[in-house]
Design a protein around this ligand. Structure first.
Ligand SMILES: CC(C)(COP(=O)(O)OP(=O)(O)OC[C@H]1O[C@@H](n2cnc3c(N)ncnc32)[C@H](O)[C@@H]1OP(=O)(O)O)[C@@H](O)C(=O)NCCC(=O)NCCS
Length: 193
């Protein structure tokens, strides 16, 4: 059970030239183009990003993301350049635990737009959305321990480092250790009970 009707939630949020919004079927072409240019940097950390990723995969994934959003089971956002409308990557909430009001945050930014602050801004927008619109109180970020850029995003979003856990992430068919970070809602911060 959850406290919101996900079909009535705002579908986008924008700040500092970056927009995050609910996926639309028309994002498929941008998603494929972004994935194809990012095999080296995104494919190193996310198994789905391979040279064979094409329209069929993108369309199926977007349909699944929209269905999950409408059911309140996950909130995947396209990251868009607010000025020109270009597709820049994705940020999203998954593994939502409604009973404990927590979720996992993930993100990726296409290679040609990396290291410009886009990932950190998209993550900040998603965190604001989670606390203000979904009423969750804890966001967890699990990065492969060796994934420095991803860990920097967690740090730049103000997340607290909670430690290393063994074999938490499957990467290219093998378990790898993860660095766990958390962000708690302002309303939950002083509660220890
Ligand atoms: C992680 C990712 C989303 C960051 O996106 P981005 O738009 O480049 O992020 P930002 O520009 O906001 O910040 C990136 C930070 O990582 C740092 N960084 C980038 N490449 C790095 C590298 N090879 N080694 C160390 N730090 C690096 C940047 O210097 C920056 O930190 P700074 O602001 O202190 O200088 C992007 O690198 C990516 O898509 N990676 C592949 C997918 C992925 O790993 N997703 C996370 C899975 S948990």
């Amino acid at each position: 059970m959850h406290d919101f009707d996900s079909r009535l939630l705002p579908t986008e949020r924008e700040s500092h030239g970056i927009c995050i919004r609910k996926y639309q079927p028309s994002d498929a072409a941008g998603l494929v183009e972004a994935a194809q240019e990012s095999i080296q940097t995104v494919g190193a950390w996310l198994d789905w990003c391979t040279p064979s990723y094409g329209n069929a995969q993108a369309e199926a994934w977007i349909a699944h993301a929209v269905e999950n959003w409408d059911k309140g089971d996950g909130f995947a956002f396209a990251v868009i350049d607010a000025t020109c409308g270009d597709y820049l990557g994705g940020v999203g909430l998954n593994q939502i635990d409604h009973a404990n009001r927590s979720a996992n945050l993930g993100y990726w930014i296409r290679q040609s737009y990396q290291a410009r602050g886009v990932g950190a801004q998209a993550a900040r927008l998603a965190v604001g959305y989670v606390f203000e619109q979904l009423g969750l109180t804890r966001i967890e970020i699990a990065c492969a321990a060796a994934n420095r850029p991803s860990r920097r995003i967690a740090e730049k979003t103000g997340a607290r480092y909670e430690g290393l856990v063994s074999g938490r992430i499957q990467l290219h068919g093998r378990p790898v250790d993860a660095a766990i970070y958390s962000i708690t809602a302002p309303s939950a911060r002083r509660s220890t009970g």
